[in-house]
Design a binder for this molecule. Structure first.
Ligand SMILES: Nc1ncnc2c1ncn2[C@@H]1O[C@H](COP(=O)(O)OP(=O)(O)OP(=O)(O)O)[C@@H](O)[C@H]1O
Ligand SMILES: [Mg+2]
Length: 331
């Protein structure tokens, strides 16, 4: 498959602040590619450079085969953008917004009518097109923005934090529409997000970005695999916990042991049976486990693994697949 986006050593500085730091990667036609990173990581800055809104300080970028500095107009013809900050006209109806956008792209009346019908259908917005945007729910407003981004049949659609601030149900609904655009229309999608679940659900490949640097690029599955097969976190009553660590180091199915705050994080081969084994081992040696939690690695763990930092999430995390509180339990 051919590359729709080729980025080499892309760097952007703002008055000495390096917002994007020597980024190199390619995106293939038909991919949903995500930049996952916390606030201020440089996601919007990268997106703006790819969309020819900002000039790079150095490095090179090609989108749809055109160079961002020389082929600005050609690139703008072949892309669609949904900005992080909503910029739909709330005093107009959805249809009026779409129609206005079609005019900007010099579409004739007939084409505009056809495209509007098409995007309303794709985004399941039929029946809502004549309502003033300000009277629509936040999720529906966002859907109109995505619909607008698709009006010109772009090869690449950029979505900068498409579901920011939406509740989880509305977010899921929008994910399904984004998927439809990719699967039915074959459009390449570049998405930025700081929602772990969003990157996991939507993206074929994810670039983990932190402080302007790409830590790694891979499929969500591979990124999680690297972290380990399963994670067990243990909380112990303070006495003798170092001795238990010594014992655990002797077990070959425990691949990594690390203190995180007051809990012991174990990277283990195996699943629930390991929890029971650990409890038995602790009981045998008279250690007190106050809490134990087994979970499969999430992209959040991958983020921590690759950047050494936690990504802040304002939604419930996926952890806690199997959790037992055993406060006060003693041999
Ligand atoms: N026009 C600008 N002038 C100066 N600094 C800027 C400008 N735009 C962005 N920055 C800085 O560059 C860094 C990256 O910002 P950017 O908006 O790309 O991050 P982001 O990953 O999109 O964050 P968020 O998740 O909050 O949207 C930040 O430190 C930001 O303050
Ligand atoms: Mg941003």
């Amino acid at each position: 498959m051919s590359n729709v986006i080729e980025i080499e050593n892309l760097t952007k500085e703002f008055d000495g602040l390096v917002a994007v730091d020597h980024v190199t990667l390619n995106v293939k036609a038909g991919e949903v590619f995500g930049f996952l990173g916390p606030n201020g990581a440089g996601k919007t800055t990268i997106t703006k450079m790819l969309c020819t809104i900002l000039n790079p300080t150095s490095g090179s970028v090609k989108v749809c085969g055109y160079d961002v500095t020389r082929g600005r107009d050609s690139i703008r013809e072949c892309i669609g953008i949904v900005f992080q900050d909503s910029c739909i006209d709330k005093f107009l109806t959805g249809r009026e917004n779409l129609d206005f956008h079609g005019r900007i792209y010099h579409m004739g009346r007939k084409t505009r009518g056809e495209r509007i019908a098409e995007v309303l259908n794709l985004m399941e917005l039929k029946g809502k097109e004549d309502i003033k945007v300000s009277d629509l729910s936040g999720g529906m407003q966002r859907r109109f923005e995505v619909a607008r981004g698709f009006m010109n049949h772009p090869e690449v659609l950029f979505l900068d934090e498409p579901t920011l601030g939406l509740d989880i149900q509305t977010r899921r609904n929008l994910w399904n529409h984004i998927r439809t655009l990719n699967e039915q229309e074959g459009i390449t999608i570049i998405l930025t997000t700081h929602y772990i679940e969003e990157a996991d659900y939507l993206c074929h490949r994810v670039a983990i970005i932190d402080q302007g640097k790409i830590a790694v690029v891979d499929t969500p599955g591979k990124l999680k695999e690297v972290v380990g097969i399963n994670l067990i976190s243990l909380e112990l009553a303070s006495e003798g916990s170092d001795d238990l660590v010594g014992l655990l180091r002797g077990l070959d199915w425990i691949k990594e042991i690390e203190w995180r705050n007051s809990s012991l994080e174990l990277n283990v081969e195996g699943g629930e049976e390991r929890v029971l084994q650990l409890v038995e081992l602790a009981n045998e040696h008279g250690f007190v486990i106050t809490a134990i939690d087994l979970r499969q690695p999430s992209l959040e763990d991958a983020f921590l693994h690759y950047t050494g930092r936690e990504i802040r999430e304002d939604e419930g995390s996926v952890k806690g697949l199997w959790k037992t509180r055993m406060a006060g339990r003693r041999k």
